[in-house]
Design a protein around this ligand. Structure first.
Ligand code: AMP
Ligand code: FE
Ligand code: FE
Ligand code: ZN
Length: 286
């Protein structure tokens, strides 16, 4: 029994619909998946339903972009309450930042006499959490670029002419947001971000786990982070970070997380929800 805890859908920069994502997971023999779209839980309801109808387990999740001491890192939130108004209101702020960033990128393209509109990008994205890949796809659709890679190379990569820096919340704020939504906070793909020195501080801020297994981690990288997890008493997660067809070949199936790790996650959320129930009672009896 295996799981994939890092997947993107059409609700952010992936290409799979809810049904396609669940169907691909089933075909890969996965028992459980988590949806971790960027800055949104918009797809969790429908992906959850598509999983259930195929007999798969589902964990609602989200991926946040954060920084710690100037380094960019990504945080995964698992078991977040996808209906909690406070979470939705916070995420709406980050989605607005993304929408304004798209407007800024389009304005920069317009200055280069490329006639793209932000509305064309939003129509193509058709989700609350648009990003650079949607601008890239719109450039391809408009015939300005031949493919997405070219759009990134010419315009969208860091320091290219249409690149706009991305807002990043502090890692502490991200961890706190995930916790207030009842979730577990996990550091995503540490092997890609090169900020190991941030880990002790993140643990002090309440980090629950670390994504040791990732489609871009080598065996040695995974082994290294398994030791880091052990050393700090962190939960271990893993996922393919599949974006569907948006970056060439889908990566689903490349990470097959043994179910024993999932049991540890369930045990930890059960502990948390027990203490959350005890909390107010303890206060009342005091
Ligand atoms: P954003 O969050 O708007 O800055 O966009 C980041 C996303 O762009 C990443 O999550 C990737 O999915 C995608 N991305 C980054 N570089 C490339 C690339 N060269 N080609 C296609 N997609 C890319
Ligand atoms: Fe992405
Ligand atoms: Fe990421
Ligand atoms: Zn991701």
């Amino acid at each position: 029994m295996v799981a994939d805890l890092h997947l993107h859908s059409q609700y952010s920069d992936g290409t799979y619909t809810a049904a396609e994502l669940a169907e691909e997971a089933r075909k890969h023999g996965l028992k459980l998946i988590a949806l971790t779209d960027h800055d949104t839980v918009e797809g969790c309801e429908s992906v959850g339903a598509e999983c259930r109808s195929r007999g798969l387990e589902f964990i609602p999740g989200v991926e946040l972009t954060a920084e710690f001491a100037g380094d960019e890192l990504h945080l995964l939130g698992y078991f977040v309450d996808m209906r909690r108004p406070e979470l939705l209101a916070e995420l709406a702020k980050y989605q607005l930042v993304r929408q304004n960033r798209v407007r800024e990128m389009v304005a920069r393209l317009n200055k280069m006499s490329i006639p793209l509109t932000a509305d064309a990008v939003f129509a193509l994205a058709n989700c609350r959490s648009p990003g650079r890949p949607h601008v890239g796809r719109a450039l391809v659709k408009a015939g300005v670029c031949t493919n997405l890679d070219q759009a990134f190379e010419r315009f969208l990569k860091k320091h290219r002419p249409a690149w706009v820096p991305k807002f990043k919340m502090s890692a502490e704020a991200g961890i706190a947001l995930i916790h207030r939504a009842g979730g577990l906070a996990v550091m995503a793909h540490p092997g890609l971000n090169h900020c190991d020195e941030a880990i002790p501080g993140m643990v002090a801020a309440g980090l629950d786990g670390i994504e040791c297994f990732h489609s871009k981690h080598s065996k040695a990288t995974s082994a290294f982070y398994l030791e880091v997890a052990e050393c700090h008493g962190l939960l271990v997660t893993g996922g393919s970070d599949c974006h569907g067809m948006s970056k060439g070949k889908p990566t689903m199936g490349q990470v097959r997380l043994p179910y024993a790790y999932i049991e540890k996650l369930y045990a930890r959320v059960a502990e948390i929800s027990k203490s959350a129930v005890k909390g107010p009672e303890a206060e009342r009896s005091a």
